[in-house]
Design a protein around this ligand. Structure first.
Ligand SMILES: [Zn+2]
Length: 381
């Protein structure tokens, strides 16, 4: 057996009306509740905050988290928690509020300085007790020990360390039924990319991540279109939420590669949502990888097309890429860069920015050089 290390995700409660469970998962004392204005405006967090208040806790809501949260936002959340004397943190929303909540819980609990803990396994202190509640099915942030923050000059830095893994994740599919179809689509495709890239991860691929990635891919690909077309279908929503969570645990151990590496500059330079950027780069990067990852794509192919079992690995791999990309296109999201305000003159800069994503590029099944990246952006344009 190839040696490997595997870290499970947080303890998990899945179901409905989970606000009743929340007070029992946290210590006594004030709670910092991190969310964003959109989620708060929908009222989704109200039952959770009320349950905490009814248990006698003071709840301080920090709802100023933006998409691609900044260092200033994170530090403001930490100040708010410190002033409130918070003894616990709840992160409630999409990837952005959960990323802020994870790192705020760590900084409040450990007293560490943010600029001293960037990178992998640097943060080693204790965080405050932490519960995460996703309201989208995509990032898997509730499952991972990773927090991505936008710093000076638009540079995205990450803290990736075990203490950021939450104590509990609460999965309630009812919280995701209000997502508009284009958000369901983009976040769902992001989760599909997590499962594929975890399965083909070059350095840290392992049997447990593989099992989770396969199950995630099965749940996600079987339910994406239903969740988009019938937003109130709770079974489909539950499958998407669980799939995104399992994919999150998979890629927390077997990290993502080229699709994400080329997606990040689209977010950094053009402020497109993370899920959409992955959808845009999906086909070009999978096709670039198709020789190096042929056997692995062939192994995944029957999940989307059981009838392909009898084909050779090359045909199966090609069929796999086609099926995944048809599924993404079937959501109705436009998959061309030009349709999202990106000019052809930006392709050189995108390619050069992508080369900075070394922490992701090393996980891709084959190298992506700057000329490759330029060609892949052109293919997506
Ligand atoms: Zn992602």
């Amino acid at each position: 057996m190839r040696p490997f290390t595997f870290h499970p995700g947080p303890r998990l409660i899945a179901g409905a009306a989970l606000h009743d469970k929340l007070p029992g998962l946290l210590p006594e004392g004030p709670c910092l509740f991190v969310t964003d204005e959109g989620v708060r405006g929908l009222g989704l967090a109200n039952p959770f905050c009320e349950a905490l208040e009814q248990s006698g806790r003071l709840v301080t809501v920090f709802d100023r988290v933006e998409a691609d949260p900044s260092k200033e936002t994170l530090l403001a959340a930490v100040r708010t928690g410190r002033l409130a004397g918070a003894t616990s943190v709840v992160g409630f929303g999409g990837g952005s509020p959960m990323d802020v909540a994870k790192l705020a819980a760590y900084l409040l609990g450990s007293g560490d300085e943010l600029d001293e803990i960037w990178g992998v396994d640097v943060a080693a202190g204790h965080r405050l007790p932490l519960v995460l509640v996703p309201t989208t099915a995509g990032t898997g942030s509730e499952a991972t020990p990773i927090s991505v923050i936008t710093c000076e000059g638009g540079v995205k830095l990450a803290v990736n360390a075990r203490p950021l893994t939450a104590d509990w994740a609460l999965l309630d599919p009812g919280l995701t039924v209000g997502l508009p179809p284009h958000v369901t689509a983009a976040t769902g495709i992001d989760a599909i990319v997590h499962s594929i890239e975890a399965y083909t991860s070059a350095r840290l691929k392992n049997p447990l991540s593989d099992a989770l990635a396969r199950e995630a891919l099965s749940l996600l690909t079987a339910n994406l279109l239903t969740a988009c077309e019938q937003p109130g279908d709770l079974e489909a929503r539950a499958a998407m939420l669980l799939g995104a969570h399992l994919a999150g645990i998979a890629f927390a151990n077997a990290p993502v590669g080229g699709v994400h590496a080329l997606a990040y500059p689209l977010g950094g330079l053009f402020h497109l949502p993370h899920g959409l950027t992955n959808a845009l780069m999906l086909r070009p990067v999978l096709e670039h990888n198709s020789e190096a990852a042929r056997e692995l794509y062939a192994e995944l192919a029957p999940i989307l097309d059981p009838a392909c079992e009898s084909l050779g690995s090359q045909a199966r791999a090609k069929g796999f890429i086609d099926h995944v990309c048809q599924l993404a296109a079937g959501t109705g999201v436009s998959l061309r860069l030009r349709d999202h305000g990106i000019g052809e003159d930006a392709l050189d800069q995108l390619a050069s920015e992508a080369m900075k994503q070394t922490r992701l590029l090393v996980n891709n099944p084959c190298p992506i050089e700057e000329a490759d990246a330029r060609r892949l952006y052109e293919a997506a344009w």
